[in-house]
Design a protein around this ligand. Structure first.
Ligand code: FAD
Length: 432
């Protein structure tokens, strides 16, 4: 169309590292003559926090690098590329706007404060260039506008949120994966950094990397397929598997957006049509609802989830000291075998299941009486699937300072230990 002649849109990828079900990409392809896909490694994501932890540890850094590389390969297979740069996006992107004569910038909006602050600063910088920053919302199973309540009225009690959402909202179909894209031509597509150049002291921790998780959209879709189809055989053959043992392990791909929650939902529905209703299908949807819930709660309450006192009006929060008890917990050397086994697993592969997370968090907060914020910051460093709302929301709930007080009684160390390890088997395999 004449009015669109030469229109170039910069598509800024963040935690949406995929081609499937990506509204931002679909719209950019339809509205622009050429698109410029960009990923920016932001050095602030690899800095130390005020709690003596790193914002991103080595396992997630590796997973991120693989995910960006996978997206780059997919775009190269379509005849284009992903421009990969390092720096503060609010400075890097306006410079690209000038260099490539960009008409508009597209990105996905986030919910946590640091991410939204970057969006705002970028919006201001682009505004001065008379260029619009368009926001998309594509991280949740249910769209915000499809919920039966405005954000400010979303029920704080999860069970109410779940009941009303499942009753009154629908899961939208996925956006189609683009089949052809016109790309802005690039002289140089930049370089994907090495782990060592992003992390300050990666050498010691590098030795610990031992993860079966590989980042990227292709791996995510393959893992989903395997879980839904091959998983059927496994589940039927192991009728004794406990509910908490039937887990998808999709969280890392979901956190970086290598996988869309809607894709998971609709692929699960296909599998259900083949095999009939299965408890492990329901389990995934329940998980995705928890994920949505915490994201919407972050939207509703902002930074309250990051504060030691959380939603509690009374009581003094514990000190934020780096005690030896905290250090032992981090290293998996508390002397409590199950806690130690879980923490060593976390330190090695960046993943432990939901019950194990609840168990080690409960132990830190209730047995060791350490401020929960220090545990949450350590999880932020170590988890391969770290997502601000899911991590800080769940931690606040375990610590009893969340906004759904009904959850506060769910966390009893002995009960959790019995669920996780009824025969004490796991506790015996503590690594030396
Ligand atoms: C202290 C603590 C910290 C946590 N931090 C994170 C985090 O940083 N990132 C993260 O994705 N999850 C976090 N969780 C939630 C949950 O433990 C993981 O999502 C889950 O273990 C991932 O395994 P899975 O993919 O096999 O989950 P499944 O049971 O197969 O669930 C499917 C998906 O639903 C989502 N999900 C499931 N349970 C929850 C939940 N309670 N809250 C939010 N989302 C959920 C995940 O995206 C998951 O991949 C945390 C839980 C606790 C108790």
């Amino acid at each position: 169309m004449a009015s669109n002649m030469g229109k170039k849109i910069l598509v800024w990828f963040r935690n949406d590292l995929r081609l499937h079900d990506n509204e931002m990409l679909v719209e950019a392809v339809s509205k622009a003559d050429e698109i410029l896909p960009v990923y920016v490694f932001d050095p602030r994501h690899f800095e130390k926090t005020q709690y003596h932890t790193y914002k991103t540890g080595v396992t997630r850094t590796k997973f991120l690098i693989e995910s960006v590389a996978s997206l780059q390969q997919s775009l190269q297979a379509m005849g284009g590329n992903l421009l990969v740069l390092q720096g503060n996006p609010e400075e890097v992107l306006p410079a690209l706007v000038v260099k490539y004569d960009i008409a508009e910038v597209y990105h996905h909006r986030e919910v946590a404060s640091e991410e939204t602050a970057v969006s705002l600063r970028l919006e201001d910088a682009l505004w001065k260039q008379k260029v619009n920053l368009k926001h998309f919302i594509g991280h949740t199973l249910y769209n915000k506008e499809d919920l039966p309540f405005p954000i400010k009225d979303i029920p704080d009690v999860f069970t109410q949120f779940k009941k009303k959402t499942e009753r009154d909202a629908v899961v939208k179909p996925c956006f189609p994966t683009p089949v052809a894209i016109n790309f802005v031509s690039l002289e140089d597509s930049g370089t994907i950094p090495e782990i060592g150049s992003l992390l300050q002291d990666s050498t010691a921790t590098m030795l610990k990397i031992d993860t079966a998780f590989k980042g990227g959209e292709k791996e995510a879709l393959a893992h989903l397929h395997e879980y839904l189809h091959a998983g059927e055989g496994i589940v039927l053959a192991n009728a004794t598997l406990k509910k908490h043992e039937i887990v998808s392990k999709l969280s890392a791909w979901l956190a970086l957006g290598c996988l869309s929650p809607r894709e998971v939902y609709w692929k699960m529905k296909d599998a259900e049509a083949n095999y009939g209703v299965r408890p492990y299908f329901h389990q995934i949807v329940l998980g995705l609802l928890w994920r949505d819930y915490y994201r919407f709660m972050f939207k509703k309450y902002g930074n309250t989830f990051f504060k030691p006192q959380g939603f509690k009006k009374d009581g003094e929060p514990l000190a934020l000291e780096n005690t030896s008890a905290l250090q032992h917990w981090k290293n998996g050397q508390t002397g409590q075998p199950l806690v130690d086994a879980c923490m060593q697993e976390l330190n090695t592969i960046g993943y432990i299941n939901q019950v194990a997370r609840q168990l080690v968090a409960t132990y830190l907060v209730k047995e060791l009486e350490v401020n929960w914020v220090l545990g949450a910051a350590y999880f932020e460093e170590q988890l391969i699937d770290y997502a601000p709302a899911s991590n800080w929301g769940n931690w606040a709930a375990v610590a009893g300072v969340g906004n759904d007080q009904k959850l506060a009684n769910n966390f009893d160390f002995e009960k959790l230990a019995k669920i996780l390890d009824p025969k004490g088997v796991f506790a015996q395999v503590v690594r030396a």
